[in-house]
Design a protein around this ligand. Structure first.
Ligand SMILES: Cc1cc2nc3c(=O)[nH]c(=O)nc-3n(C[C@H](O)[C@H](O)[C@H](O)COP(=O)(O)O)c2cc1C
Length: 305
């Protein structure tokens, strides 16, 4: 029903990874839709500044979704009353996060064990937010209950669902089960966004056999925001140093160098994956103390390759 969820390639929400700068770069390379990392509905209601910052979006992000997590419908409803959500084209509810600290509170994938509460959350979001509401789920908690759960989400009013083809028990191990995603596609009328293990055009073609309306890419984009151009078979020139600089410069507007020196390390190590003779430079970057030091190491490396 919603064009927003048809024939799109989404960048997956990834906590502590998909900051607005990274999403903006992914968007430039062809990600059709971006979503903020998961944000606590309750923390928003309590006015947490740090949480609010996670809802910062880049100028070029459109359409863009905000992802909320929690387990109390009232906090979703209250949080969504804030004008900060006017900027978003849809909101997504996290019902897939497997992390123990999230699950023990009844949030994320724990909601897949509590279908009535999950439905109440969807209804609360639909009451409070006039644009589309999607649900991001797994195949189940310990067992596959994806078809039942997806139908329940549809019945509660969800406009689309993303299905990551693993159960919570699998965490990130094994392979995503595309046949199980296809069963969900056949069972519901709303658009399904298929997710799990898309890293290149072959895996994209495989996941599209599920019949899903759209596809979502997570880990395949780590250190490779240009994957979206590759998936769309677009010829592009990649200048990694320039991309890293852009990532940092966009963040610099809001974050101190001390924070960025630490935060950017993982991104830079991902960007350097598969670079030739990069063992030594990766080690140096791991030990670098300041952002300036890191940038000097990078400039030197890229000058000499
Ligand atoms: C570091 C990391 C952080 C993640 N954070 C979130 C999150 O905030 N919200 C969410 O719904 N899923 C989160 N996920 C799950 C991804 O969105 C995605 O469903 C999962 O990685 C499977 O897709 P992939 O095989 O393309 O990576 C996270 C995954 C990773 C690796």
């Amino acid at each position: 029903m919603e064009k927003l969820f048809e024939n799109k390639i989404f960048l997956a929400p990834m906590a502590d990874v998909t900051d607005f700068a990274f999403r903006s770069i992914a968007k430039e390379f062809g990600a059709d839709v971006t979503i903020t990392e998961m944000v606590s509905a309750k923390a928003l209601v309590y006015g947490s500044q740090k949480t609010l910052e996670l809802l910062r979006v880049a100028e070029n992000e459109s359409p863009v979704g905000a992802q909320l997590f929690g387990h109390e419908p009232k906090f979703f409803e209250e949080a969504l009353a804030s004008p900060v959500f006017d900027r978003f084209d849809f909101i997504d509810i996290n019902m897939g996060c497997p992390a123990p600290k999230i699950v023990k509170n009844g949030d994320g994938s724990a909601l897949m064990k509590n279908v009535h509460l999950a439905q109440e959350i969807v209804r609360a979001c639909k009451r409070a937010f006039k644009k589309p509401v999607s649900v991001k789920m797994r195949l189940g908690f310990d067992e596959n209950n994806a078809v039942m759960f997806a139908k329940a989400m549809e019945e509660a009013g969800a406009d689309a669902i993303t299905v990551h083809g693993r159960t919570r028990e699998m965490m990130y191990s094994g392979e995503a089960d595309y046949e199980a995603i296809a069963e969900v596609v056949r069972a519901v009328k709303i658009p399904v966004i298929a997710n799990g293990d898309v890293v290149d055009r072959d895996s994209l073609n495989e996941i599209l056999k599920t019949g899903a309306s759209s596809v979502m890419v997570g880990r395949g984009a780590l250190g490779r925001p240009w994957i979206f151009a590759e998936l769309k078979n677009k010829k592009i020139k990649i200048n990694k140093l320039e991309i890293i600089k852009k990532h940092i410069n966009l963040l610099k507007k809001y974050y101190k160098n001390e924070f960025l020196a630490k935060y950017m390390k993982k991104h830079i190590l991902w960007y350097l994956k598969n670079e030739k003779d990069s063992t030594e430079i990766k080690k140096k970057i791991s030990f670098a103390k300041t952002l300036e030091e890191t940038m000097d190491i990078l400039e030197n490396y890229f000058k000499n390759i």
